[in-house]
Design a protein around this ligand. Structure first.
Ligand SMILES: Nc1ncnc2c1ncn2[C@@H]1O[C@H](COP(=O)(O)OP(=O)(O)OP(=O)(O)O)[C@@H](O)[C@H]1O
Ligand SMILES: [Mg+2]
Length: 263
C-alpha cells in the first residue's frame, strides 16, 4: 500500500482528536497504529475508511486523493473492508447471509455466485460448519472471523481493523489474531489499531504511534520496540512489561493518566 497523509486534523466540539497528522508509507502491507487510549487511532481509521471526513488536510491512498464529498466517500468505502470491535454483523442474518449481503446488494452478484464465494470464505476461516448460525449462536471469536470474512468478500484493496480483538476474552483472541496473521501471509494490505503489543510486533510492517492527536513516531517494529526514538514512544512502551497479559495491558491502556499515557 501507499499512503500519504498531510496535516490531517479533526476536532469534536473544539477538542482536537487529530491535530495535524502527517504520514507517508510505501511498499508495505501492514500498518499498525498503537498508542494511549484517546490518542486518535479510531478517528484516524474512520477517516481512512471514508466513514468520517477531516476538517483539513490531504489524504492519498494508493496514489488517489480522497475527496470529502459523499459520492467520493461512497466510492472509497466500496474499496475498503472494515472490521470494528463489535457492531459488525447483522443479528437477524446467518453467518452465510451476512457475507453474501454485500455481494448481492453492493456488488450486484447473483445469489448463486455470492453463495459460492461466501462458502469458500467460510471454509477458509474454518467456519464452514457454522454457516447457518445467527451471530448470537456464534462465539465472539467466530463472530469476528465471520466479520473479517465479510470484509474480505468484496475483495477490498485495503482492510481496516479497529481493535478487532478487544471485545474478546483471551481464548478467543488467539484465533482472531491467527486469522489476521494469515491475511498478512497472503500479502493483503491492512491498517489496524491494537493495544496488543506482541501482536503489533508480529504483524506490522510499520508501526505508527498515535498520541495526543499526532503521530509521534513511525518505525519498523524492531526499531520501535527496541530503540524507540521519541520521548512519547519511550514513555508509552515503559508502561508495558513482557509478562503482562493482554487483558492487563488493555485495561492499563484504557485509563490514561493526565498526560494521556496509560497508567
Ligand atoms: N464522535 C466524537 N465526538 C466527540 N469526541 C470524539 C468523537 N470521536 C472521538 N472523540 C474524541 O477524540 C479523541 C480520540 O478518540 P479516538 O477514539 O480516536 O481514540 P483512540 O486512540 O481510538 O482510543 P482507544 O485506544 O481508547 O480506542 C478522544 O478524546 C475522544 O473522546
Ligand atoms: Mg479506538
Amino acid at each position: 500500500m501507499k499512503l500519504r497523509l498531510e496535516q490531517i486534523s479533526r476536532a469534536f466540539d473544539g477538542f482536537h482528536a487529530l491535530d495535524g497528522v502527517s504520514l507517508q508509507v510505501e511498499g508495505i502491507h501492514s500498518l499498525v497504529l498503537v498508542g494511549p487510549s484517546g490518542g486518535g487511532k479510531s478517528t484516524l481509521l474512520r477517516i481512512l475508511a471514508g466513514l468520517e471526513t477531516p476538517d483539513s488536510g490531504i489524504l492519498e491512498i494508493n496514489g488517489e486523493r480522497l475527496g470529502n464529498d459523499e459520492p467520493s466517500l461512497l466510492k472509497h468505502r466500496r474499496k475498503v473492508g472494515v472490521v470494528f470491535q463489535s457492531f459488525n454483523l447483522f443479528p437477524h442474518l446467518s453467518a452465510l447471509e451476512n457475507i453474501t449481503l454485500p455481494l448481492t446488494v453492493v456488488q450486484k452478484k447473483d445469489a448463486e455466485s455470492a453463495q459460492q464465494l461466501a462458502q469458500g470464505l467460510l471454509e477458509r476461516f474454518e467456519l464452514a460448519g457454522h454457516a447457518e448460525k445467527k451471530p448470537a449462536a456464534l462465539s465472539g471469536g467466530q463472530r469476528q472471523r465471520v466479520a473479517i470474512a465479510r470484509a474480505l468478500a468484496t475483495q477490498p484493496s485495503l482492510l481496516i481493523l479497529d481493535e478487532p480483538t478487544s471485545a474478546l476474552d483471551p481464548s478467543m483472541t488467539a484465533e482472531v489474531l491467527d486469522t489476521i496473521e494469515l491475511l498478512r501471509q497472503q500479502g493483503r494490505d491492512f491498517i489496524l489499531a491494537t493495544h496488543e503489543m506482541n501482536f503489533a510486533r508480529r504483524v506490522a510492517d510499520r508501526i505508527a504511534l498515535v498520541c495526543g492527536g499526532k503521530i509521534a513516531e513511525v518505525a519498523d517494529p524492531a526499531s520501535f520496540f527496541e530503540t524507540p526514538k521519541s520521548d512519547a514512544a519511550r514513555a508509552f512502551l515503559a508502561r508495558f512489561t513482557p509478562n503482562q497479559t493482554a487483558t492487563t495491558r488493555l485495561s492499563a491502556a484504557r485509563s490514561p493518566d493526565k498526560n494521556g499515557f496509560p497508567q
